[in-house]
Design a protein around this ligand. Structure first.
Ligand code: GDP
Length: 232
């Protein structure tokens, strides 16, 4: 069963002090604003518009937690690098993200979303620096790969892999396209592997496992998603 199907919004937090007690392994999704993080989450979740919750007004600056079927949590971090944000707010986000990435013990891995046309910006490097010290895995999704020719995409993949190789084998990189729905299986395989190593048995008080065909119930009041950019 796809890893992110039937995910349910659970909680948003604005400050490190608001973090809920750990209740399962957490997988964080981070990326520059506009890199394609929401689209990637929605694609992995199977069109259920999961990441809309994170895009609703008032929630873009928060850590948004979604519970997966397995009992694990997907944690959508605020997009960074958005120029129009006042410096004070930017510092607050950075503080929240840094504390979460460095200190959260239940965080088992980081999925880092980068636009394949602009990979490894200084802020992406910052995320990697904050998290890589823990020796826990980082998986980079080079999104919008449909905007590159096959050759250019392969070159970017190789370049980013080479740049991150000194960090060791726990850092992995792949191409991804939400428009073409490509790279989904590879991402699920990597992230699923992290969970296999970490998942505790979930107490069975829910009357059994959810049906694989169950539709996800999105949080209320969600807006229509933007269609992926076409062409160019
Ligand atoms: P976020 O700010 O990182 O959550 O980025 P979004 O997911 O909102 O995407 C930003 C823009 O890029 C939107 O216009 C998306 O439609 C577009 N986009 C996202 N992923 C892809 C992709 O894989 N291919 C193409 N062509 N466009 C994409």
């Amino acid at each position: 069963m796809p890893l992110f199907r039937n995910a349910q919004f659970e909680i948003s937090i604005a400050k490190p002090s608001g973090l809920p007690p750990p209740s399962g392994p957490e997988i964080a999704f981070a990326g520059r604003s506009n890199a394609g993080k929401s689209s990637a989450i929605n694609t992995l979740a199977g069109h259920v518009r999961l990441a809309f919750v994170s895009k609703t007004p008032g929630r873009t600056q928060l850590l948004n937690f979604f519970r997966l079927n397995s009992g694990a949590l997907l944690v959508d971090l605020p997009g960074y690098g958005y120029a129009a944000v006042p410096e004070k707010v930017r510092r607050e986000w950075a503080g929240l993200i840094e504390t979460y990435l460095k200190k959260r013990e239940s965080l088992i891995g980081l999925v880092l979303i980068m636009d394949s046309r602009h990979p490894l910006t200084p802020l992406d490097r910052q995320m990697i620096d904050w998290f890589a010290v823990s020796q826990r895995p980082i998986h980079v999704l080079l999104t919008k790969s449909d905007k590159l020719s096959r050759g250019a995409a392969a070159a970017v993949l190789q370049e980013v892999r080479r740049a991150l190789a000194p960090l060791g084998p726990q850092v992995t990189v792949q191409l991804f396209s939400s428009l073409k729905k490509s790279g989904v299986e590879e991402a699920e395989k990597v992230i699923g592997g992290w969970l296999l190593g970490d998942l505790q048995p979930v107490p069975d008080d829910s009357g059994g496992e959810a049906d694989a065909g169950d539709a996800c119930v999105p949080a209320e009041g969600l807006e229509q998603t933007k269609a992926p950019d076409q062409g160019t």
